[in-house]
Ligand binder design. Structure first.
Ligand code: ZN
Length: 127
């Protein structure tokens, strides 16, 4: 990304260790991010990635002149993935997925029809 800001300095090269003084506000912010299980370095990388994406977008779209820091006034959060709340239907030959309830016993079948079909096929094989 070419910069028009004459005060800009080159970024450290990949693999270069970076030392940052942690003040009280930085420590609080790191505490929030690290509650997700990330380490401090990963949290810093994640935060820099988000801000850099906002800057790059502001410059690419021409909303802010390149090299000028935009004021970030908001951001979006994607809804949590539903993938972990789904599992494949246990009925033989069924390709549908089962949406698991938030509470209670996990569901094995996608529908009453699949549950009954699986029960009938078990009864046949048990004889
Ligand atoms: Zn099914």
């Amino acid at each position: 990304m070419p910069s028009t800001n004459p005060k800009s300095t080159p970024a450290p090269r990949p693999g270069t260790p970076l030392t940052v003084l942690v003040d009280a506000e930085f420590a609080r912010d790191l505490t929030v991010l690290m509650r997700t299980g990330m380490g401090a370095a990963q949290a810093v990388g994640e935060a820099v990635n988000i801000v850099a994406g906002a800057y790059a977008n502001a410059w690419q779209t021409g909303r802010i002149p390149a090299g000028v820091a935009p004021k970030i006034v908001g951001f979006d959060i994607a809804p949590p993935s539903t993938a972990r709340n789904e599992s494949p239907c246990a009925a033989q030959g069924c390709k549908r997925s089962v949406t698991q309830p938030v509470r209670g016993r996990p569901r094995r079948y996608c529908s009453p029809a699949c549950r009954v079909r699986a029960h009938r096929s078990r009864k046949v094989t048990e004889r």
